[in-house]
Ligand binder design. Sequence first.
Ligand SMILES: O=C(O)CCC(=O)C(=O)O
Ligand SMILES: [Fe+2]
Length: 327
Amino acid sequence: MANHMISSKLNAVTPTYVLPMHERPLAPVPIDKEIPVIDLGEERAVAAQQLVKALEQYGFFQVINHGIPDDLMDEAMEVYEEFFNLPVKEKENYAEKEETLYTNNPKHHASKEHKYWKEVLEHNCNIDGQDKQTWPSNPPTFREVIGAYSSEVRKLSMIIFDLVSEGLGLEAGYFGKGHGQRMFVNHYPICPDPSSTLGTGGHCDPNLITICQQQVYGLQILKNDEWIGVEPLPHAFVVNFGFPITVMTNGKLKSVAHRVVTNKTQARTAIGTYFCPANVVEPAKSFVGPENPPLFKPFKWGTEFLPHYFKNRAVYHAALEAFKINA
Ligand SMILES: O=C(O)CCC(=O)C(=O)O
Ligand SMILES: [Fe+2]
């Protein structure tokens, strides 16, 4: 039972968490200091170029000088950690509360027999704040702190969208303003056997952009078919784009696979904010022309792409196959 994982002092991993050999993170991986760190306090054109270069070379980058106060980031981390430290029974009140979901039994990306070593809390953050009613009310500061945090992260997303559209030569405001915003908070308890388990299996994100706050090591990205680690930097955010960017840039930018390893000595909480396209996703006009025919059909993100993604998540780029032209 997953609850054992959360509450007991097991020194062996329950079989359901032991992954098949080919999925285990057997070899230690280097923590790569090359993953670009972009200073958003830089001159605009410089930051825009750096962001695009980072997306071309790594698909991931970290941002500093992003304008979100350190204190607010610390408070958000404390609030989520306090939530995960609540008794399982209390957390399970949120197992399915409208759009707010808590689980300590997270699905493997492909197999029914296996599980990932984590707990997850997901909830929406609509601009008008109406979702707050379904958010946890314990710890008591949850709604106030996460309300403030989510609106700051929304502002950051708009800054990054503006810079990336400028750097890619897209019209101003190309990415729009009406994105769905969903918190996807992963908590990875201490694990007695990191070599046979994973916190999150390899996948590419389905949403347009993910802005993630982490302070303990665990995240790895796939570069040239090798996993490399992302160093946690104090008060930075890790940013990556998901599948829609590949379609919008007509194949120029790729979404990059990533996974999370477990940790024998320290629990890890990663606060992910997902921004999801509100409209149809299609190749941008400036990326198609007589020399560059569109490679993807337009699709509705929420109703056409997302269900397909969840069925095809284990094979990293499979989710886009169905939307390729002449596929
Ligand atoms: O825990 C993390 O750092 C990232 C988890 C992740 O990739 C996801 O939730 O999409
Ligand atoms: Fe992810």
